[in-house]
Design a protein around this ligand. Structure first.
Ligand SMILES: NC(=O)c1ccc[n+]([C@@H]2O[C@H](COP(=O)([O-])OP(=O)(O)OC[C@H]3O[C@@H](n4cnc5c(N)ncnc54)[C@H](O)[C@@H]3O)[C@@H](O)[C@H]2O)c1
Length: 414
């Protein structure tokens, strides 16, 4: 097989971003898309840009017959039923090689484990899409620092924040369908990237052992009456009854199993960042050296004055999750590449074509869910969670946060 035929399940925000990324990836073709919201536009985009001539399919099992790999880009609450259909399609003879899943792999540890079991049970290769571990800005900085690290020792502290003004679709705001609030949605990125920065050169993504988790979840902006009303009117979600956190921050501690050294990842995520748009910011601190990334700093910027701005309100023209259409705005020349979408797709395509799992497999996705759920547990209990305690680990296997059960008022209004 020289060319990987890929099918997209979902044609919303992330599917479109991955289609943009696909323009920069060789040896793959978009051959199938599930026939739901946005599918026609995505298929037209694919055709115009030489990505393929995708056919639209009403059912996942039909779609599976027309590709070598499927990518699950649908909402979090649809994951498991879709993976069950994929596994059944393989049983019925669909010749699939691999399956990709966007973050998070599941809303709970139980869901994530089931996803991985179904994929492996069907004999599929897996790739977990955590784009930030593929960001060239981060990996190039790490590469540059490797000789220094060899001389001085590894990073001891990584910090990561992902923030914007709030998601673009109702289901993200609904803690039951999404699996929580901003911690479930974006904490999975920030915890994973901290671990990546801290991981010593040449070691696997799960080399560092999780030791402890501290976390605080709060509702700072969207619980206020004015913004609650806005959420209810725009998305039909009532944060007076079923709130989710719009701010989360915490510290995860890891242990290097070879040296015993303890290192920390400090993560912060919010849906209340009222600046120009999405900001990813990471830094790593080691003995005598450091690295820092801020995705809002671009070599390119534009200015739109008040008089000129009237015609372009809400155009999201400059940047993902843009909040302004006037003033001085950063423009990223290649956002799909900046956030790591290009590199993660290239990795999945090359890995599957070579009969291997992606750099991040679904077992890795399960590990991320474990850490995110431990963060919810820490915030809920207002305690540091000991991740080496076998009783706690067992509890996490069946744990479901209060917020994701629609009982966020007990945690966030207490
Ligand atoms: N890596 C990132 O930075 C990033 C960014 C955004 C979203 N995501 C993830 O991608 C996934 C999708 O998010 P999105 O922003 O594209 O959401 P979206 O709401 O914009 O799009 C969802 C798409 O899935 C389709 N869909 C809904 N139910 C379906 C079902 N049962 N079967 C098949 N298709 C169905 C919808 O019609 C729509 O096309 C989520 O899991 C989200 O966490 C990741």
């Amino acid at each position: 097989m020289k060319q990987l035929r890929v099918g997209f399940i979902g044609s919303g925000f992330i599917a479109k971003f991955l289609a943009v990324a696909m323009k920069q990836v060789r040896n793959c073709e978009l051959t199938a898309i599930t026939h739901r919201g946005g599918a026609e536009e995505l298929a037209a985009y694919a055709k115009e840009n030489g990505l393929g001539d995708p056919k639209l399919f009403k059912s996942v099992s039909e779609l599976c017959k027309h590709c070598d790999a499927v990518a699950i880009f649908s909402p979090n609450y649809t994951r498991l039923a879709i993976m069950e259909e994929i596994a059944e399609a393989v049983k019925q003879g669909a010749a699939l090689k691999g399956v990709i899943c966007e973050k998070p792999l599941g809303r709970t540890l139980r869901e994530s484990r089931r996803m991985a079991q179904l994929a492996r049970g069907a004999g599929l290769l897996t790739s977990y899409f955590e784009n930030q571990l593929h960001m060239n800005t981060i990996n190039n900085a790490l590469e540059q620092l490797r000789p220094t690290q060899r001389a001085m020792g590894d990073f001891t502290l990584a910090r990561s924040t992902e923030e914007h003004a709030g998601p673009h679709n109702a289901w993200f705001w609904d803690p039951v369908r999404q699996g929580g609030g901003v911690l479930s949605d974006m904490g999975c990125h920030s915890i994973a990237i901290c671990r990546h920065i801290l991981t010593p050169e040449g070691k696997s993504p799960t080399f560092l052992e999780p030791v402890a988790m501290q976390c605080d979840t709060s509702l700072l902006k969207w619980g206020q009456p004015k913004y609650r009303k806005q959420l209810l009117e725009t998305y039909g979600v009532d944060y007076s009854k079923t709130p989710a956190e719009d701010f989360a921050t915490g510290i995860v501690t890891f242990r290097n199993p070879e040296t015993g050294q303890l290192v920390k990842g400090q993560f912060t995520d919010s849906w209340m960042y009222d600046k120009q748009g999405l900001r990813l910011s990471m830094d790593g601190l080691g003995p005598g050296y450091a690295m820092e990334i801020n995705s809002l700093i671009s070599p390119s910027e534009i200015f739109i004055g008040d008089e000129a701005a009237e015609g372009v309100a809400d155009a999201e023209l400059a940047l993902e999750k843009s909040t302004a259409s006037r003033g001085l705005l950063a423009v990223q020349p290649n956002e799909a590449d900046l956030y790591g979408y290009t590199t993660e797709l290239r990795d999945a395509v090359n890995s599957f074509l070579n009969g291997k799992d992606g750099f991040l497999d679904w077992e890795y996705g399960v590990e991320v869910t474990f850490l995110v759920q431990a963060a919810y547990m820490a915030a809920e209990r207002r305690q540091t969670i000991n991740l080496t305690d076998e009783i706690v680990k067992k509890e996490l296997e069946s744990y479901q946060s209060l917020i994701s059960r629609g009982k966020g008022a007990d945690v966030l209004f207490g």
